[in-house]
Ligand binder design. Structure first.
Ligand code: C2E
Ligand code: CA
Ligand code: CA
Length: 536
């Protein structure tokens, strides 16, 4: 509009100037009779209008330019990940989509590489979030440096990255080499403050040659990234710190895994996780001294599922605490019906040991169920000790201050040093069943167990032998010293109702229980309790 006004002013100027200017010049020379004042004023006004219009126009176009620039900047910022400066999910998907669409015309293939740092949460927990950010920045820079021409890197959020690289389809080895170097480079320690932080990563790779149908921009990009993600997930499952190419069978694996996860969440809500109990015996006298609670999933679809399947998943999806507490509560109620001399052992996951409130939570449960702490034994595995010994030590101390016993489970499998073990206030060691199994083999097995017993002697800790499967092993152990024992020789883990029957036969029910229930009642009671939990 400003431009329009200036333009109109120029036309008017041409019109008026044609008449006024010659007159003006004549008047200047004294030849003209008189000047038309109105026209002259119109001319001056015209000039003023042109100048004003021009000025406005310039100011406006400058403003427009700077607005366009800041819009572009905003768009650019929306396209990058602020922490690392590489692409974000949105812009990467667009870039990959574009590359895929152009691919038809070239002789190249594209590999999408999904990258996820292993146990990154621990870096944040142990060193703080700023250290975590530094690790992410360094990781991005190291990967970026390795990318070939035409490659692009994005951080999708958290510790998840993805990159795309072109490669000749006949030589997928190039991508293998790249992935190997990425793993090597990222594994180099990251210096932060006074510590050198080490992380590894898992990688999944999917190739554009593995895509069927037409390649059309964003949807194809998402599909390819999803395939790379599935392969990355597989790499995690296979033990992390490695890479895998996508294979169609991995898709089924993932579907099954997703169903398991959903089933576990549902199972917790429906009370499908139930405590089973394995007897613990004083091997010398053969007397029953307590039970170890072992979790079972009574799944309506799959039947009874063992903890080796669901505990690792529950840990990974962050529901282990909730699941374990529900099981412990059921176990307290069960164990209150047993003779008060009988102990209850429960297994605690390393994930729970990282929760600074764990001891508090346990105390709350003990109080709520009015369960005597000295009947409770917490079993933690050696793998806990690698996480953060300081924290584990103070956790063990606060549990013991509450009167709870703490045992080291699977002893011998976790490479803890003797010095480390001595600094931790355990009450008991449980010799892993792998060593006990050796006893039925040969003399060598006996020597190993002897050595472990000598160690426990040195640490002045009593022991429990796990996995006693037959009389032969039991007799061998009896010759070696006094200890508690458990294993299939004494019986398989069994549900609460069967424990009550067993205790009833042995006259080992709690006084209350003994006073008012008969044998027939046990099963009935158990069913009722089970239904109650399910309904809740
Ligand atoms: P664990 O603590 O070492 O438990 C002993 C395992 O050995 C149990 O397997 C038990 O059934 C099995 N077992 C007992 N006697 C014998 C034997 O004579 N021979 C053989 N071959 N095996 C025997 P299960 O119940 O499958 O438990 C596996 C692991 O799952 C347990 O190992 C424990 O680490 C973990 N777990 C069980 N319940 C829980 C839980 O509530 N929370 C956590 N965090 N972990 C649990
Ligand atoms: Ca155990
Ligand atoms: Ca064990």
């Amino acid at each position: 509009m400003t431009l329009g006004i200036a333009f109109a002013a120029i036309i008017l100027f041409v019109g008026t100037a044609g008449v006024v200017l010659p007159n003006l010049l004549l008047a200047w020379n004294g030849d003209a009779p008189s000047l038309d004042v109105a026209l002259t004023n119109a001319l001056l006004l015209n000039i003023a209008l042109i100048l004003l219009g021009w000025h406005r126009y310039k100011a406006l176009s400058e403003e427009l330019k700077s607005r366009r620039e800041s819009e572009e900047e905003a768009r650019r910022l929306a396209d990058i990940d602020h922490l690392t400066g590489c692409h974000n999910r949105r812009s990467f998907t667009a870039v990959l989509g574009q590359l895929l669409a152009e691919l038809e015309r070239r002789e190249n293939a594209l590999a999408a590489i999904a990258i996820d740092l292993d146990s990154f949460k621990q870096v944040n927990d142990l060193h703080g979030h700023q250290a975590g950010d530094e690790v992410l920045r360094t990781t991005a820079a190291r990967i970026q440096r390795l990318l070939p021409d035409g490659g692009a890197l994005a951080r999708l959020g958290g510790d998840e990255f993805v990159c795309v690289v072109p490669y000749p389809p006949q030589v997928p080895d190039r991508v293998d080499q790249l992935a190997t170097r990425m793993i090597e480079q990222v594994a180099r320690p990251v210096e932060y403050a006074d510590s050198a932080i080490e992380v590894t990563m898992s990688i999944g790779i999917a190739s554009s040659t593995q895509m069927d149908g037409v390649r059309n921009g964003t949807p194809s990009a998402q599909k390819l990234m999803h395939k790379a993600d599935i392969a990355m997930y597989h790499a995690k499952k296979q033990g992390k710190n490695r890479f895998y190419w996508f294979e169609p069978s991995m898709e089924n694996e993932l579907r099954f895994r997703n169903e398991l996860e959903a089933g576990i969440r549902r199972g917790i809500a429906n009370g499908e996780f139930r405590p089973y109990y394995e007897q613990q015996i004083d091997i010398e006298s053969g007397e029953l001294v307590g039970f170890e609670m072992l979790a079972r999933w009574e799944s309506p679809e799959m039947g009874v599922v063992g903890p080796d399947i669901f505990i690792p998943i529950a840990e990974e999806i962050g529901v282990i605490g909730e699941m374990s507490e529900a099981l412990i509560e059921q176990a307290f109620e069960d164990a209150k019906q047993w003779d008060s001399q009988l102990t209850l052992s429960v297994n605690i996951s390393p994930v729970q040991m990282r929760d600074p409130w764990f001891a508090q939570k346990l105390l709350k449960l003990l109080v709520r169920h009015n369960f005597p702490p000295n009947r409770l034994d917490i079993e933690i595995t050696e793998s806990c000790l690698h996480d953060n010994v300081g924290m584990v030590r103070s956790m063990i101390s606060s549990l013991r201050n509450q009167g709870v016993c703490v045992s080291l489970d699977d002893f011998g499998t976790g490479y803890s040093s003797l010095a480390q073990l001595r600094s931790l206030p355990f009450d008991r060691l449980k010799i892993d069943r792998a060593f006990i199994a050796e006893l039925k083999e040969d003399e060598h097995g006996a020597k190993l167990v002897d050595a472990i017993l000598a160690m426990s002697d040195g640490l002045k800790l009593p022991v429990t032998a796990e996995g006693i499967e037959n009389e032969f092993v039991l007799e061998a152990l009896k010759r070696m010293g006094t200890m508690k024992g458990q294993g299939y020789h004494y019986g398989r883990p069994e549900p609460a109702a069967q424990v009550l029957e067993r205790l009833n036969q042995k006259g080992l029910l709690s006084k209350d229980k003994l006073d008012n229930v008969t044998e027939v009642d046990f099963t009935a009671q158990e069913t009722k309790r089970g239904e109650g939990k399910r309904a809740g």
